[in-house]
Write a protein that binds this ligand. Structure first.
Ligand code: 26Q
Length: 838
């Protein structure tokens, strides 16, 4: 087995030197052929593109290896302070084009493939997306890793290697079907298995008190059923800078006891079943992007990530420092990507106190100096809670630790606010009731030295709302870090046309300093430059139209306005408001109200959590509306609607370069930040949006004249709620009344009676949390303004240029610099280039 065959040995001296490989086309060809023929065993007759992709990926990965190793060795040598980014999700998408961009091997690779008679784009499209995430939070983690490597920061990502990533969405008869995403089936050329660093993870059993040799009372976790965590490393290359950081993904495997204990007893099927159960832990990503409470397997996954990662860090620590932990917090920081990895708090306490025998106070001092927590939601119902009973069943010793943390914390609260028992109850980590719950956010807050939101408004609302009591106790812990996205993937790689124009106009430095885009301001009204800009956009729209044609069978005319709303399906994001507007446009066409009509192609896309009925109904509604509109010859090119199936990272790479208008219309105060909004802006789309999340900061950067702002703001939303009367709004708005009439008359569900009743009810319900009807009028007016402005192409192009020019703030490089300056404080470290030994 693994452990026996991997006993430590000294590698022969000539294996420890890793000279960098040549990046020339000729060498690339040689290596490509070698992989294709000798490793993969294919020949010319093999028409499967996938093997050619695999060979090319391995050629690139080989070229990352020396840098990867040098980076690791340098961090070790310098004993650098490090950041451990803990996240249940990494939405990496494809890696090939990114690796080539960052290595700087693009041109030579294109040359090499040309000589082999192959097309790079075609090979790139053979790569499956690594879809190990749901949406914003997972993609943010991926952008952050890119920025950390590009800024040469010693940051390691820890996550889970799900066998099945985010489900594939298929649309059948307008409805979402989920299909499993077995992304590893065809092999993952990027990962490197590291069984030598496996860890044991405990579950179940019980917590026991015993007296140690000195007679001191200690705790231990006994009779547990253990599972192995095996790391798989993925290289994260910085942009042309020698740094290659690591994303370490854990896979669950059965321990050897599974074999020994039960096999010997002759219980073959039972033991195989037990083995499978252990390996189930990392089988599948939970496909909901707001918490699904109380699922046992999810709890096991979260603890698996936290425990394996901490043990890995402590393993490395002990190898250098032995059992001396006084410097641990100075050298280590854990950034918790939401509360999903918050089991790290009691787990670190357990490891320090039970295993490494530190005093509680000392361990707590360390823990509270190295934990930092990022919150990503304002929806109170999305704050994670775990039933105490599940905690007790699977993590018995951790529950003791949580009670101890809470007890000590509550006595501090009592000391500060004597007699305020209500406050103690409000702030307790344990929510009392028939089925008491552990409030994970409170646990994370109590243990963290930094707590941040992800956009200015979000951070402000956190301290005045959800976390107010904690802000009163520790105002200094709370801060904001407005999200960003990496311009390497979201501009340079996905929009080669615009990249070329930018390089030619303002030079290439924007790739590492996005503020350089400001230099575009002086070109914004130059008509020659505008023409070039329009040509780039036009070609990107053409590409997008081809995608829509193949995926949806709908013809988009690139001369019309391309309006796009792609994101997870969620009521607060209000795809429904867009749908109502579409119905309104259709109604106008049918009524001949088409003076100065601006033709539009409207693209929707996004996955609904499999159990989220309302979100699924909205997909069905959009599909049915599209059916009716697209086949109506009277509508023709004036309006086209498509729902793109299986929205994912690689789809967005085609979508955002070809978009004119980005739809960002969440109910104010609900979208923590949004990051799609930033990708669209960076690619020259104008935004129609509410005062929510990072929209506010986009508006601030680009100016009101270059943004279509509409709707209630967060304060107005709060004030309106108690007196909200959607029926009256409908009655008093002729257009909305007609839209509602079309819906209620069954115009979009002629042979499917009643299927949209729940949607109609939700709009008319005075308790509609998302206030869809309230913003209809303002949205329609802002859209009318869009149509008018689009008709003046010179004016629109200028605004498009200015949107890109002012998008510098939304680089994740800026975000990461702020995390580093204000929270992490790790020095950038340049890898040595000629290290011999590990
Ligand atoms: C929790 C428990 C059990 C099962 C699932 C979950 C779960 C999984 C994913 C809860 C939440 C998520 C994802 C949340 C998310 O993506 N939030 C988004 O984060 C972005 C990055 O900060 C923001 O831009 C978005 O505004 C926010 O919605």
């Amino acid at each position: 087995m693994i452990s026996k065959s991997l006993k430590k040995s000294t590698p022969p001296a000539n294996l420890t030197k890793l000279p960098p490989l040549s990046m020339d086309a000729d060498e690339l060809i040689k290596d490509f052929k070698r992989y294709y023929t000798y490793h993969l065993g294919r020949d010319k007759s093999c028409r499967l593109l996938h093997y050619a992709f695999l060979a090319l990926a391995m050629v690139q990965k080989e070229r990352l290896m020396a840098r990867w190793r040098n980076t690791r060795c340098t961090y070790k040598e310098c004993d650098s302070r490090r950041v451990h980014y803990l996240s249940m999700e990494y939405l990496m998408g494809r890696a090939l084009s990114n690796a080539m961009l960052n290595l700087g091997t693009e041109d030579e690779t294109i040359k090499a493939l040309g000589q082999l008679g192959m097309d790079l784009e075609e090979l790139e499209s053979a790569e499956l997306d690594a879809g190990l995430g749901n949406g914003g939070l997972g993609r943010l983690a991926a952008c952050f890793l890119d920025s950390c490597a590009s800024l040469q920061l010693p940051v390691i990502g820890y996550g889970i290697r799900y066998e099945y990533g985010m489900f594939r969405q298929v649309i059948k008869k307008g409805e979402q079907r989920e299909e499993p995403d077995h992304w590893l089936e065809t092999g993952n050329p990027w990962e490197l298995e590291r069984p030598e660093y496996s860890q044991r993870i405990r579950y179940g059993g019980r917590s026991e008190v015993y007296a140690d040799e000195k007679g001191d009372l200690r705790h231990r976790w006994v009779e547990s059923r253990d599972v192995l965590a095996v790391p798989f490393d993925v290289p994260i290359a910085g942009y042309k800078n020698q740094t290659v950081n690591t994303l370490r993904l854990w896979r669950a495997m059965a321990t050897q006891e599974f074999d020994l204990g039960e096999f010997n007893a002759g219980l073959y099927p039972e033991s195989v079943a037990a083995k499978t159960a252990a390996e189930h832990i990392t089988m599948v990503l939970y496909p909901n992007d707001s918490s699904e409470n109380g699922k046992e397997l999810r709890l096991k996954q979260q603890y698996f990530l936290a425990s394996a990662s901490l043990k890995d860090v402590i393993r490395r620590w002990v190898a250098i420092h032995g059992n001396e932990f006084s410097d641990f917090a100075a050298k280590n920081c854990f950034q918790l990507n939401d509360t999903h990895p918050a089991f790290a708090v009691p787990e670190l306490m357990r490891l320090l106190v039970d295993i490494h025998e530190l005093e509680w106070d000392e361990a707590w001092e360390i823990t509270t100096k190295c934990m930092a927590y990022t919150n990503h939601t304002l929806l109170p119902e999305a704050l994670e809670k775990w039933p105490v009973r599940l905690f007790k069943q699977w993590l018995p010793r951790l529950l003791d630790v949580v009670y101890e943390i809470n007890g000590r914390f509550l006595s501090d609260v009592a000391a500060k606010w004597p007699g305020d028992t209500q406050r103690q109850q409000r702030m307790s980590v344990i929510e009392e009731g028939n089925d008491p719950q552990v409030r994970m956010a409170y646990l994370a807050i109590i243990a963290s030295y930094s707590i941040n939101g992800v956009a200015a408004l979000h951070s402000k609302l956190l301290v005045s709302g959800l976390f107010r009591d904690f802000y009163e106790l520790w105002p200094e812990k709370f801060n904001n870090k407005t999200n960003g996205v990496t311009q390497r993937r979201w501009l340079a790689a996905c929009n080669p046309g615009l990249r070329g124009l930018l390089d030619k106009t303002i030079g290439e430095t924007w790739c590492t300093n996005l503020d350089e885009l400001k230099k575009l301001v002086s070109h914004a009204s130059d008509s020659t430059f505008q023409k070039q800009w329009q040509q780039v956009k036009r070609a990107n729209k053409q590409r997008l139209a081809e995608l829509v044609k193949t995926e949806c069978g709908v013809i988009f005319n690139p001369d019309s306005l391309f309006e796009v709303q792609v994101k997870r399906m969620h009521e607060y994001k209000r795809q429904l408001l867009s749908a109502l507007h579409v119905i309104h446009l259709y109604d106008r066409i049918k009524n001949g109200d088409i003076n100065d009509w601006q033709p539009r192609c409207i693209l929707f896309g996004g996955k609904a959590a499999p159990g989220y009925t309302m979100a699924k109904s909205i997909i069905k509604l959009i599909s049915n509306i599209a059916e009716v509109i697209n086949r109506d010859s009277e509508v023709g090119d004036k309006l086209k609607i498509a729902f793109l199936p299986d929205y994912r990272v690689s789809a967005m790479e085609m979508i955002c370069p070809g978009t004119d208008l980005s739809i960002q219309i969440s109910t104010a105060g609900k979208e923590a930040s949004g990051t799609g909004n930033m990708k669209f802006m960076m690619n020259g789309a104008l935004t129609i949006g509410t005062m929510d999340g990072a929209n506010i900061e986009i508006l601030e950067e680009v100016g009101e004249e270059n943004f279509f702002l509409f709707g209630l703001d967060a304060d107005e939303v709060t004030k309106l709620r108690p007196q909200y009367n959607p029926k009256m709004i409908v009655e008093q708005d002729r257009d909305l009344a007609r839209v509602m009439h079309l819906l209620t008359s069954g115009h979009f569900n002629q042979f499917e009676p009643g299927i949209f009743d729940s949607i109609i009810d939700s709009i008319l319900n005075p308790y509609d949390q998302w206030l869809v009807a309230a913003d209809f009028r303002a949205f329609t007016q802002a859209q009318q303004q869009v149509s008018q402005e689009y008709q003046d192409q010179k004016n629109w192009t200028q605004k498009s240029i200015l949107n890109v020019a002012y998008s510098g703030k939304f680089s994740s490089d800026r975000t990461i610099r702020q995390y580093n300056e204000e929270i992490w404080k790790v020095p950038p470290t340049t890898p040595h280039t000629s290290i011999d030994n590990d």
